[in-house]
Design a protein around this ligand. Structure first.
Ligand SMILES: Cc1cc2nc3c(=O)[nH]c(=O)nc-3n(C[C@H](O)[C@H](O)[C@H](O)COP(=O)(O)OP(=O)(O)OC[C@H]3O[C@@H](n4cnc5c(N)ncnc54)[C@H](O)[C@@H]3O)c2cc1C
Ligand code: SF4
Length: 450
């Protein structure tokens, strides 16, 4: 059922009110913790305020990191938060969910000086949390241009794009197929980094700029055709992210207890998943697989094993996340893949086969793993196909092809985020949404469509 909420009303949309209080995700503590004022100032004072700072280059939204850190050191927290949000309107969630170890913190010059790098994520969290707690707002909508933009999906890419479009004075309508908003920031990221209610608070805060209409329960391509969408707006931004969990295609996969990892994580974050399980197996070796392993452990599953077809050294998930999972008790079967799921009425075990160095099955190597929960984390489908019949739009391996600013080959149509980049991070979606909004503004202001 479609539900329309317009931002900037008296009380605001307050999306978090729709969440049940007893969600499974509330079992998790905040693993990284927040800085006190004294800790933040002390850490800020360690920064070398490098000219040509490598940390800025490493951030896809190019936040002026030394500047926001310098403002923390001088107790100008409001100014610090403004510096962050000016570059990245999703700076609050990025402070918690960004893999800083491979972005800004990973590039801090201190790494080459044999000293601990500046904790940029925790400093960013200090400023942006204070901004939320104090209710500070920094941006106003531009004078109304009379133009309107339709955005598909209410994830980080569309939210960043809609906010930027409002600053230019264009009206924005976001169509979201789910009942909830925020995309994977709400339904996917690990609860020990950020819970769903915090993501929804961020959406409320972002929408307080006013003039952004959010229509939930509207699946574009189903409830609203692409042609209708195109006719209703002066430009369209496609930010639909990725689709369903991919399947292995082996016998027994439909048994209860075998589930796609992203779908299970969504149920765990927005509601309750069964507790008291003894053995869980997670299939895959990427970041979603590692998250699922750590989440199952955190929910009290006694034995959690990851089954991955490659070697530990070659897994695609981040090394620092896997290290943390091992400390928490995760086990792994390397160079193995499931060939069948078995059980009487629900999954009880999976049969796995060993693989050689070229990922070829090794004859006679089958072994069984007992499991009362199996989470399949081998990727998600791509949604570009939805646009494949629109003349001028090119879809490459399921991704929507665009130039660097998000222009597709069809006038009025732009894209960004996971549906364009194939699945990266929240900060990439935020950067791509903002870049596309700027290109849309140029187009609506009369500049040529590339
Ligand atoms: C399990 C998991 C954990 C992750 N953890 C992290 C992390 O810790 N840190 C990090 O930086 N990144 C993380 N990511 C990646 C990050 O969440 C994504 O890169 C980011 O959310 C992409 O933003 P997006 O707006 O492109 O897509 P999404 O967040 O997927 O949002 C797309 C939205 O579009 C909607 N939609 C889809 N089709 C339609 C349609 N036809 N009509 C209307 N609406 C539609 C969807 O319902 C969704 O709400 C994680 C991803 C997963 C799967
Ligand atoms: S690289 Fe490190 S020390 Fe230099 S400005 Fe960035 S955070 Fe500060």
């Amino acid at each position: 059922v479609a539900d329309a909420k317009t931002s900037g009303g008296e009380a605001g949309p307050a999306f978090a009110e729709g969440l049940p209080g007893d969600r499974s995700e509330t079992a998790f503590a905040d693993y990284k913790g927040a800085y006190t004022r004294d800790q933040a100032v002390a850490e800020a004072n360690r920064c070398l305020y490098c000219s040509d700072a490598p940390c800025i280059r490493a951030c896809p939204t190019h936040i002026d990191i030394p500047q926001f850190i310098r403002k923390i050191a001088s107790d100008n927290v409001r100014g610090s938060a403004k510096t962050i949000f000016e570059a990245n309107i999703l700076g609050m969630s990025c402070a918690r969910v960004c893999p800083v170890e491979v972005l800004c913190v990973g590039d801090c010059v201190y790494n080459h000086l044999g000293q601990p790098p500046i904790q940029i994520g925790k400093l960013q969290r200090y400023s942006t949390d204070r901004a939320f707690e104090a209710g500070w707002s920094f941006f106003e909508a531009g004078a109304d241009t009379g133009k309107s933009v339709g955005l598909v999906g209410a994830g980080p890419a569309s939210l960043a794009a809609a906010h930027e479009l409002r600053r230019f004075g264009h009206r924005a309508t976001i169509y979201e197929k789910r009942a909830t908003v925020g995309g994977l920031n709400t339904t996917g990221v690990a609860p020990y980094k950020m819970r769903a209610d915090r993501s929804l608070d961020e959406v409320d805060w972002l929408l307080s700029i006013g003039g952004i209409e959010v229509k939930t329960g509207v699946a574009v391509g189903e409830h609203l055709s692409l042609e209708e969408l195109e006719r209703a707006h002066d430009a369209v931004f496609f930010g639909a992210g990725l689709g369903e969990d991919s399947r292995l295609g082996v016998p027994g996969e439909d048994l209860p207890g075998v589930e796609g990892a992203v779908s299970w994580i969504e149920r765990m974050k927005l509601g309750k998943v069964p507790a008291g399980l003894r053995r869980a197996v997670v299939v895959g070796g990427g970041n979603t697989a590692i998250d699922a392993v750590r989440e199952a452990i955190g929910l009290g599953v006694a034995e959690v094993t990851m089954v991955y077809r490659g070697d530990e050294a070659k897994m695609s998930g981040y090394e620092h996340e896997w290290k943390a999972a091992k400390v928490e008790g995760a086990r792994a079967e390397w160079r193995a893949q499931p060939v069948a799921f078995e059980g009487d009425g629900r999954v009880e075990r999976l049969v796995c086969r060993r693989l050689d160095g070229q990922k070829r099955p090794v004859p006679g190597s089958d072994f069984a793993l007992e499991a009362d929960l199996v989470l399949v984390a081998i990727g998600q489908s791509k949604l570009g196909a939805l646009l494949a019949n629109l003349g001028g739009i090119h879809v490459e391996n399921g991704r929507v092809a665009t130039d660097a600013e998000g222009r597709t080959g069809r006038a009025k149509w732009y894209a960004g985020g996971d549906c364009r980049n194939g699945g990266q991070e929240v900060v990439n979606a935020a950067a791509e949404g903002k870049a596309a909004a700027r290109a849309i503004h140029a187009f609506l202001s009369g500049a040529q469509h590339a």
